[in-house]
Design a protein around this ligand. Structure first.
Ligand code: GTP
Length: 386
């Protein structure tokens, strides 16, 4: 799920003992840990120690409502957990996938098949250019493979999709910083799923032994602070919150507190906003600037959470937020409730045009903790065409 680069995580994907819940988040306060001392120092770094990627599948399956931390995974639970995710992914993507797979039912390999595929991809919001590219690539693959039936074409389309989406796949790193916590700033339009996503990420991080501090930089909406406070409490992590006032100040305090307390990760939640609300976009830019003042090099990730339901509109959000904040990655939520999951193809197209990498670090296919998982191009393509 994450790529842990700090010595303290090496060799360890064991979930930690649950920390004591933080005190309730009173307004205008920083909720401290019982001991504000820095985290225990890691074992002395070996000069040649290689980074260790901690796999996603090790997180325990959770049957409880989102937010209720699950017990540690059984030693051999990984495969079952992974299988569970693939099933949920397939189910979640069914609305998008069913229109594509329907094209292959009883079909022959002819122009009509490609035309129907084109329509299905466009309706899934894959975008014109990505659709054209995928169809061209598919035709080449069909020819090269000498495919004779539609089922083979379906498999080859999964291959073409995998290759097209592969540049979006990248693990989110924790602990690359020599000094201070890894800082993530999270932005997006209202209701995209920012706060819930932060809660889920926090849970996964805590499961892997990472210490987290949350910054409730949505100073407008009390409910948003409370929601984040609930996640903090459930995960036993600190939160810095403030009623009213300047979101940038909250972010500054949080990063400073994260440094002082030796946290591994600080996650800054921001209020939802539309890219057309220029003053609010300026406010986001300020949050980013101020975070950099609190810690040189931060924020290490500027993440945009987009609602997969919004299809091509999500791409417009990517462009607008990127222009304001220079995004480093995306999280696409709610792919379970949409027929527009093809938008990932359009995002890949846009990133190619920009000659840059813009990873989709995570995708969400439901409201439960385990419904948020790292994006894997092959898993996604196969689930879509299953
Ligand atoms: N079905 C589904 N629902 C999701 C997913 N991710 C988040 N949600 C739900 O989306 C709703 C909004 O999520 P929030 O986290 O409050 O969104 P937000 O972006 O923080 O909202 P604002 O603070 O108002 O901007 C909640 O009901 C979440 O449970 C997902 O992957 N699938």
């Amino acid at each position: 799920m994450f790529r842990f680069l700090k010595e303290k995580f090496f060799g360890g994907d064991k979930p930690p003992a649950p920390a004591a819940p933080a005190a309730s988040d009173a307004p205008a306060t920083t909720v401290p840990e019982p001991a504000a001392a820095p985290a225990p120092s890691p074992t002395p770094p070996a000069a040649t120690a290689a980074p260790v990627a901690v796999p996603v599948g090790d997180a325990a399956p959770v049957a409880a409502p989102a937010g209720d931390a699950a017990p540690a995974a059984a030693p051999n639970a990984s495969t079952a957990t992974r299988q569970g995710w693939l099933t949920r992914l397939r189910d979640g993507l069914r609305k998008t996938g069913s229109a594509l797979t329907a094209v292959f039912v009883g079909a022959r390999i002819d122009d009509a098949l490609y035309e129907e595929l084109e329509t299905a991809l466009l309706l899934a919001d894959a975008g014109t250019q990505a659709t054209q590219h995928l169809l061209q690539d598919l035709k080449h693959r069909v020819k090269a493979a000498g495919a004779t039936d539609a089922a083979q074409v379906r498999t080859l389309l999964a291959d073409a999709l995998t290759e097209w989406l592969a540049p979006l796949q990248k693990p989110l790193e924790v602990g690359a910083q020599v000094d201070g916590p890894t800082v993530w700033m999270v932005a997006g339009v209202n209701g995209a799923g920012k706060t819930t996503t932060i809660g889920k990420l926090t849970w996964h991080l805590a499961q892997h032994g990472a210490t987290v501090l949350l910054a409730a930089a949505d100073t407008f909406r009390a409910a948003a602070r409370e929601q984040l406070g609930t996640w903090a409490e459930r995960n036993g992590v600190d939160i810095v919150a403030q009623e009213g006032g300047d979101p940038a100040a909250v972010a500054f305090d949080a990063v400073s507190a994260g440094r002082a307390r030796g946290k591994d990760v600080v996650i800054v939640d921001t209020a939802g906003r539309l890219p057309t609300q220029l003053h609010l976009m300026e406010e986001l830019r300020k949050v980013k600037r101020v975070v950099a003042k609190a810690q040189t090099g931060a924020p290490h990730e500027v993440l945009l959470v987009i609602d997969g339901n919004t299809g091509q509109n999500a791409l417009a959000q990517v462009k607008a937020f990127d222009a304001a904040l220079q995004l480093t990655g995306l999280i696409v939520t709610k792919l379970d409730g949409t027929a527009k999951g093809g938008v990932l193809c359009a995002i890949a197209q846009w990133a190619r045009e920009q000659r840059r990498t813009l990873p989709v670090y995570f995708i969400g296919v439901g409201e439960r903790l385990e419904d948020l998982q790292p994006f894997d191009a092959r898993e996604f393509a196969q689930a879509l065409l299953a």
